[in-house]
Design a protein around this ligand. Sequence first.
Ligand code: SF4
Length: 308
Amino acid sequence: MEIGKAEEHLALMADLGIKSLGLSGGEPTLHPEIFEIIKFAKERGFAVTLYTNGRKLSDENFVKCLKVTGLDYVNFSIQGGASHSREHDKVVGVNGAWRETASGIENCIKFGIKFNIQSVLAHVDLETYKELLDEFPDANLFIYYRQVSPVSLGKEFFEQKVLSNKGTKEIYKKIYQYAKAKKLKTYLFSRMPLCWWDANDDLEGEIMNKVVSHCHIINGSNLVIDVDGGVLPCPQFIGMKMMCANRAGKVLGTRNFLDRWKKGIPAKLRKDLRYVPDKRCLKCKYFLTKCSGGCPLVKFEIGPHVPE
Ligand code: SF4
């Protein structure tokens, strides 16, 4: 995105009262004017998080410049500790990528930039997560579950490659306990309905209070703008534009934007998705506050512990 356009979008977001900004990609660190964009966002009062593979941050000068911009957080995407470096390199398709990302993390520690580590919960054993917690104890560990696009990958992919709700619960309980014993923080960003956790069980009740289960599409609390000004339902759905934030090459003014956001396809999508996955959700005390029944674009069964 050309910098002038990026600044116009940020000005619109500031006018809309948005407080928190996530810069993602592709790979945002490859943008030639990434520092100017972050500075512009900070001047408008956003808390800014950079979502990155972290490779560019192996360069100390790059990290020093990020520090000067006032960047709030870096979210590193890394799929395991040192013993999984080969798998990580294979997944991202670059030899030595893991080492660069790990150096990026070390540089953030060195220059005092706060960071999180995000990893996807997949068919792996507990050791992977133990290793991440042990090797990067200064980070919050964000674990994403089913954070892949169900639209592009299809039902078959989910059935074969993605952990079940039950499998997720069992492995995350172990990760959580391991982290807690070491006084480290971990969060599960789950598409799993909240009632898959048993509020009456000590451990599951504790996790249930921390797990992130709701979907921002339904209450319209998140705005995702792609490189062409297209407004997406969520960052997973690249190419699925609900509306465009530009008209005739210019970014819309706040009133025009809100008119489309509140009355156009985004509003219809929110309304349609409100009725999944089960009518019992509509009477549930968690609905639209802590839970939206899992990702509304994936067919879920509600859990065994449906609240009265
Ligand atoms: S009943 Fe529906 S809203 Fe309530 S916790 Fe279960 S899935 Fe979420």
